[in-house]
Design a protein around this ligand. Sequence first.
Ligand code: SF4
Length: 376
Amino acid sequence: MKYVDEFRDQQLARQLAAAIAAEVDPKREYRLMEFCGGHTHAIFRYGVQQLMPPNLRFVHGPGCPVCVLPMARLDQAMAMTHEHGVTLCTYGDLMRVPASGRQTLLKAKAAGADVRMIYSTQDVLRIARDEPERQVVFMAIGFETTTPPTAVAILQARAEGLKNLSFLCNHVLTPPALRAILALAGPEGVRLDGILGPSHVSTVIGTQPYAFVPREFGLPVVIAGFEPLDVMQSALMLVRQINDGRREVENQYSRAVGEGGNTRALELMARVFVTRPSFEWRGLGFLPESALALAEDYADLDAERRFPVRVEASHEIKGCECPAILRGLKEPTECKLFGTVCTPDNPMGACMVSSEGACAAYWSHRTHMPSSGLNR
Ligand code: SF4
């Protein structure tokens, strides 16, 4: 498949691995954070870490949209079903994410709540049209990648005059989270030498929003594609920047990402959403201006206003290390629950639910052989 097979070529992977091994300085470590869960998945699936020299480590970041959603937002959604009897629609990964008291949307559905798994925002619109007697709430989650489709659905709901559809917006923003992690780095936090910038998010926001990373934190950034050779080439670009003492934003994923991003998508987002003053992230706490809410012009479609509920402060399951893992401070195998109490069939924390979560990626590819996923 074009743009896929050539980025999984085993021979090229060996050449890139040899180039990285030849260029790393054996006297120093290279700790490169992949912000995006898609990269974490690719690194494990294709054994990219095993192809790296021992002094180059990938540090997993918080870029899994399901993993960073705090329990309180799930509690809020479930309270809407209980207290207001709404039909709650959301993406499949979210169904098994633990909320307070080890509750999940799946368990709420089994207990009688009308919770439905959807594949796209068009499904939500269809449900609202087909069942005008139901109040339908779309629980929207994700980074800048999934935000434009939600904006389109909001505009479509308005254009069609759908009175029984509203939106529980949980869309979050990448640059503030990256800033928070880098602000925590150092003696108290994770030590980093470079950042692999996200792929899909950057197709929307472009490369420019990462300029603060070299400027304020003195770290290089390479926007990286999702395929294994993308990740390896990006690692080589970071190694070269670090060795040269350069601190820049470079773009390895130029086949999809431009400097200014997708202007049409950005315009849609700016039209429909405003930035929240503060929003809670699992593992990172409350971060200023890090998430979106519906703009005042669309307040009538805002589920938080239409179906107000009160939720208590939530606490992670005892022993779950998701908060430390999402900040790059620990690896999943350092969690005592990993693979014993906590597995993908019985997730205790959000990082074990989505395939983009670091714990699920470790679990799925724990017997991985370095060459097994690459084309020969
Ligand atoms: S293994 Fe499970 S309990 Fe441990 S950090 Fe990961 S998700 Fe949390």
